[in-house]
Design a protein around this ligand. Structure first.
Ligand SMILES: [Zn+2]
Length: 639
C-alpha cells in the first residue's frame, strides 16, 4: 500500500469517500463444478449499478450437510489490517436445495456466519449486496465507483468456509459492467458474452489478488517487458486519459529498470490499473500481477499534479511490491487466508524498502527528474525531523502497530507517530545502501541485495516467506557487516533526531529555501493544501483554511493553536494564500510577531506567533566533501 507519509494523509483531505458497489443480478449462476477434483465456487457480480453504490452478488459453493461457518474476508493483504469492508454487506440470504436457510453471526467474530446445511444438499447459494457510502471509513465500504469509473474488489464479494486456506478453494467469477464500459485486470478471461465477462477458474488467492478496473472512458497502453506489462487507465473524462508520450516512455523505462534491478520477475503478466478521479480516495494497493492505483483526475494532463512525488512514486512503489511484499513476504503477513491475524513487525522491509526502491525507480525511470527525486528526499528528511513521537516510540513499534496505525489520529501524528515504517525506513535503507557502497569501494550496493533476495529464478506468482534472519543473512551475503546490530539499534532506539545519516553519507545535507520546488507545488496541488510545516509549523487546508498537522515545538505549537482551527486573518488582513506568503516573506532574520486571527469552534481569538525568517521549503544541498552517492543511486541502470 502506498500512504501519504507526510502531513495529513490524502484520504483525510479528500473526504469524499463513498462507495461503490455492484449489483449482482439474480442471474443465473453457473452451477458449481468440479475440476481436477477440487471444489469450485462460482461468483457472479453485477456491477451495473456500481455508479449508484450497489454491487449485487450471487455465490454458489459446494458444501456438505451439517454445520458450516462462512467468513467474510477481514485481514486484507496489502492493507495489513482487519479492515475488510463488512459495513457495506447487506441483504444476506442463504439457500440450499430450494430452501432458505437461517443464519447467525458469530457473537465474537463479526465476520463469521454460522448456518446448517440440510441433509443431501451438495451446494449452497448465497446472495447479498455490497453497498458503498460517500463518507464511510474502514471497515465500512468506501467509494470505489463514479459515473465513469469502477474498481471491483473481489474480497468484497466473497465468503469462504472457515478452515479453508485461500489456495485450496477454486472460484470461477463472472462480472457484469455498465453497458459500453471497458475493463482491465490481471485475472485471466474465459469468455465474454453480452455484457457479462466470464473469468477463468482460479484459486481464491488469485481472485482476491486480481481486482478489476472498469470505466466508460478507458485506455490500455502496452508497456513492453517480458513477461508483458500493461497500463490500463480509467478516468472521469476522456480528456484525463491523454497520457503524454513522455510519460508512457517513462513507464516503459520503469519496467526495464525494475526488471534490471531485480533480475527476474514473478508474474505471468503485469497490469497497472490506474483510476483517475477526484471522487475516489487517492491511494495504491499492491497485488502480485497488478496494482490498484488511484489518483486525481487530471494527474496525467496537469503538469503540476504530475510532478508531485505522490504521482511520480505511486506506480513505482506498487510495482515494486510484486517482488517485495507479494513474492517475498514477511512470515507474519503470509497467513494464507483472510481470517488469521497478521503480524506487521517486518513492515519496515515490506513497506520501508518498497518506499526506498519506489523512490529509486521513479528517478531511474525518469518519472521523477533528478531534481524532483532530490526534493522528495528533502521532503522525507524534513518530515522525519518533525516526528517528536520518536522520543517515546521506537520505529519497530510503529511496524508492530501496523494493523491499527493507519488510522492513528492524523492530527497528532508527529506526536503519536504514524506509519513511519515507510518514510523513516526509507532513510535507513538509504543509510544501508550508502554503507554497502562505501565499504565495498563502489563494488556492491543494495541492488545486489535486491537480486539475491527477490530475483532469479523467474517464477509464476508464489509466496516465499522470510524472517528477520533471512534479511540479515542476505545483507551479509552482499557485504559482511554487523547487519543484525545495525537494524536492531535503529529499529529499537528512542532518540530525538531523525535518521539523516544516510542523506549525509550520500553527499547531501538538508537545507531550506523560501520558494517551493515544482515537486512541492505538485504535492500542495494534489493534497489541496499550503505547507507551512517548516515555517509557522502547520499545514493549511485549501478548503476553509483549516489548520492541520501542527509541528511540535513550532511557533504555532508554542502559541497554543489547536488543529482544526480556521485561519481568518493575518496581521489584520483577511487571510488569503498571498497575504500569508507576503507576511512571511516580508521578514528578515530577526524574530518578529505575526498575528493570526483564529476561529476555533465558535470562539475567535488573536494569537501572536514569534517567527524569524521567510517561508521555508526543504531542499538537499550538495556537500562537496563526500562523493555524490545519491545521484549514483538514482541514475538509470538498465541497458
Ligand atoms: Zn506499499
Amino acid at each position: 500500500m502506498a500512504i501519504k507519509i507526510r502531513e495529513l494523509c490524502v484520504m483525510m483531505l479528500n473526504s469524499r469517500h463513498w462507495l461503490h458497489a455492484a449489483a449482482l443480478s439474480t442471474c443465473a449462476m453457473f452451477a458449481a463444478q468440479l475440476a481436477h477434483g477440487a471444489p469450485v465456487a462460482t461468483v457472479e457480480v453485477d456491477a451495473r449499478d456500481a455508479p449508484r453504490g450497489i454491487e449485487r452478488v450471487h455465490l454458489v459453493m459446494p458444501v456438505k450437510p451439517g454445520n458450516l461457518t462462512l467468513l467474510y474476508p477481514k485481514w486484507l493483504p496489502g492493507e495489513h489490517a482487519p479492515v475488510g469492508p463488512i459495513g457495506g454487506l447487506s441483504g444476506l440470504k442463504f439457500s440450499s436445495a430450494g430452501k432458505t436457510l437461517a443464519w447467525q453471526r458469530d457473537a465474537v467474530d463479526m465476520y463469521a456466519f454460522h448456518l446448517t446445511i440440510p441433509a443431501n444438499a451438495a451446494s449452497l447459494e448465497v446472495s447479498f449486496e455490497v453497498l458503498a457510502e460517500h463518507d464511510a471509513r474502514e471497515p465500512n465500504t468506501t467509494r470505489l465507483a463514479t459515473d465513469a469509473v469502477a474498481i471491483v474488489l473481489w474480497n468484497q464479494v466473497m465468503l469462504y468456509p472457515a478452515g479453508v486456506q485461500s489456495d485450496d478453494l477454486q472460484v470461477a467469477a463472472r462480472l457484469r459492467l455498465p453497458a459500453g464500459w471497458s475493463f482491465g485486470t490481471a485475472l485471466p478471461k474465459a469468455a465474454t458474452s453480452g455484457d457479462a465477462i466470464e473469468f477463468a477458474q482460479v484459486s481464491l488467492t488469485t481472485l482476491i489478488d486480481s481486482p478489476v478496473l472498469a470505466g466508460r472512458y478507458f485506455r490500455t497502453v502496452e508497456l513492453g517487458g517480458t513477461p508483458a506489462v500493461y497500463l490500463h487507465l480509467a478516468a472521469d473524462s476522456t480528456a484525463a486519459l491523454a497520457i503524454p508520450d513522455a510519460t508512457t516512455a517513462q513507464m516503459r523505462k520503469l519496467v526495464q529498470e525494475a526488471t534490471a534491478l531485480f533480475g527476474a520477475t514473478h508474474y505471468n503478466e503485469y497490469h497497472f490499473l490506474w483510476s483517475l478521479s477526484d471522487q475516489i480516495d487517492y491511494e495504491g494497493i499492491e497485488h502480485h500481477q497488478s496494482s490498484d492505483n488511484r489518483s486525481a483526475e487530471r494527474t496525467l494532463i496537469d503538469a503540476d499534479l504530475r510532478r508531485s512525488s505522490d504521482a511520480e512514486t505511486l506506480l513505482p512503489h506498487e510495482y515494486t511490491h510484486s517482488w517485495n511484499g507479494k513474492y517475498r513476504r514477511p512470515i507474519g503477513l503470509a497467513t494464507g487466508n483472510y481470517d488469521s491475524p497478521m503480524r506487521g513487525e517486518l513492515l519496515w522491509v515490506y513497506e520501508g524498502l518498497t518506499e526506498y526502491i519506489g523512490m529509486v525507480l521513479s528517478a531511474r525511470s525518469g518519472l521523477a527528474s533528478a531534481a524532483d527525486a532530490r526534493d522528495n528526499w528533502a521532503d522525507t528528511a524534513a518530515w522525519a525531523q518533525t516526528l517528536k513521537g520518536r522520543e517515546w516510540r521506537p520505529l519497530a513499534d510503529t511496524a508492530i502497530s501496523g494493523p491499527i496505525i493507519y488510522n492513528q489520529a492524523p492530527e497528532w501524528r508527529a506526536r503519536t507517530r504514524g506509519a513511519d515504517f515507510y518514510g523513516e525506513s526509507a532513510l535507513l535503507w538509504l543509510e544501508a545502501d550508502t554503507l554497502i557502497r562505501t565499504k565495498s569501494g563502489g563494488a556492491k550496493s543494495l541492488d545486489d541485495f535486491c537480486k539475491l533476495f527477490y530475483g532469479a529464478p523467474s517464477t509464476a506468482p508464489k509466496v516465499v516467506p522470510y524472517d528477520f534472519n533471512d534479511v540479515v543473512k542476505t545483507l551479509n551475503g552482499v557485504l559482511p557487516y554487523d547487519w543484525r546490530g545495525f537494524w536492531t539499534e535503529r529499529l529499537n532506539r528512542t532518540r530525538a533526531g531523525a535518521p539523516l545519516e544516510g542523506i549525509k553519507a550520500s553527499g547531501w545535507h538538508l537545507s531550506f529555501d523560501a520558494e517551493p520546488s515544482a515537486e512541492q507545488k505538485g504535492v500542495e496541488a494534489i493534497q489541496r493544501k499550503t505547507s507551512l510545516q517548516y515555517s509557522l509549523g502547520f499545514d493549511l487546508k485549501d478548503d476553509g483554511a483549516v489548520i492541520m498537522n501542527i509541528v511540535p515545538g513550532s511557533p504555532a505549537d508554542i502559541a497554543g493553536i489547536a488543529p482544526g482551527s480556521h485561519l481568518i486573518a493575518v496581521d489584520g488582513r483577511r487571510y488569503s494564500k498571498e497575504v500569508l506568503q507576503d507576511a512571511l516573506n516580508a521578514g528578515g532574520t530577526d524574530a518578529r510577531a505575526i498575528k493570526l486571527l483564529i476561529a476555533k469552534d465558535d470562539i475567535f481569538s488573536t494569537v501572536e506567533l514569534r517567527y524569524a525568517g521567510k517561508l521555508r521549503y526543504p531542499r538537499l544541498e550538495r556537500d562537496a566533501s563526500t562523493p555524490d552517492l545519491l545521484s549514483a543511486i538514482m541514475a538509470p541502470q538498465a541497458p
